[in-house]
Design a protein. Structure first.
Length: 288
DNA sequence: AAGTCGGGGCT
DNA sequence: AGCCCAGACTT
């Protein structure tokens, strides 16, 4: 893993959350927001939204004072809109439990809404410089190949954390670089489909490359089709509510021509259950 | 351990 | 027409 340091210094992408100005302006809150947005949304899609979000709500306290409707609206088309509500809830929790300061302790971070193993450690490491293993889907693939000689990682588990922890340098700053470098390598070189092993700094020591890049038969659990799914219906309803906001949409005007009316109603009910929509006498709207 | 949850871009 | 994406939550 040692070659990653030099490679990262030379080749790392210039991303907003890696710039000193970003940390100076938004601190740990900026890192927290960026990591929320990056949960399953590609880097290139997050970038255009991040600055607008942080300019509007530059602190947890500002975010906590916003309405859920404004939060869902600002989240726009980033996907998985429950994350917007969780981010808002996390901001409230930061104000209530930590005086408005994003906590540094991993367990305190894990206790916040919408924060799991990845995000908690990403904040502790990239915002505060502490020494923890940060393992995302990119890192898991790099470890699977370079260390275990497999084509694809297995399902996420705590083993990944232990494996990465064992590879971290003793110095926290160097450990942070390795964490970021492993993610960067997986995102740009050691990609899922067509890895560029010819440009990989770990090529000499990679177990998978040494074995001739075998197909180790690790089936990735594939996602159901989006077309025709409940998720698509939810997305369509929410898009309608965003367009109408702050006005409510009469229930009879909510996707009247949707192919499957039971699916439509299921989508409405589940959005209400999630707190992403609200129904009253005037109809359906974003949550007040 | 398996299901659910967006949406866009690339192959 | 799939596959993939700086995951987390619920059951």
């Amino acid at each position: 893993m040692t070659p990653l340091h030099g490679w990262y210094a030379e080749e790392a992408r210039d991303l907003p959350w890696r710039r000193p100005e970003f940390h100076a302006a938004f601190g740990a809150w900026g890192v927290l927001v960026s990591e929320f947005m990056l949960q399953q949304t590609p880097v290139t899609r997050v970038i255009p939204h991040l600055d607008a979000w942080l300019t509007r709500w530059p602190t947890p306290r500002a975010m906590a004072a916003a309405s859920p409707a404004d939060v869902v609206q600002q989240w726009a088309n980033l996907g998985y809109p429950r994350r917007a509500l969780w981010l808002h809830r996390a901001a409230v929790e930061v104000v209530e439990r930590h005086g408005g300061v994003v906590p540094r302790d991993v367990d305190a971070l894990l206790a916040l809404s919408g924060i799991g193993d990845y995000t908690a450690r990403a904040v502790a490491v990239f915002a505060y410089g502490d020494r923890h293993p940060v393992v995302d889907t990119n890192t898991r693939r790099v470890l699977a190949r370079a260390v275990e000689g497999r084509a694809q990682p297995g399902s996420p588990s705590r083993r990944d954390l232990a494996l990465m922890a064992a590879l971290l340098p003793a110095d926290p700053a160097e450990a942070a670089v390795l964490n970021a470098a492993a993610m960067e390598l997986g995102a740009t070189i050691c990609t899922s489909r067509a890895p560029r092993c010819d440009r990989c700094p770990l090529a000499d020591g990679c177990a998978w490359l040494a074995a001739g890049r075998p197909d180790t038969g690790d089936e990735r659990r594939r996602q159901a089709a989006y077309e025709g799914s409940d998720r698509q219906a939810r997305g369509a309803v929410l898009r309608l509510l965003r367009a109408a906001a702050p006005a409510a949409v009469p229930l009879t005007a909510v996707l009247p021509d949707w192919p499957d009316v039971r699916q439509r109603d299921r989508a409405i009910d589940s959005l209400i259950a999630d707190g992403l929509a609200e129904a009253d006498g005037e109809g359906l709207s974003l949550p007040r």
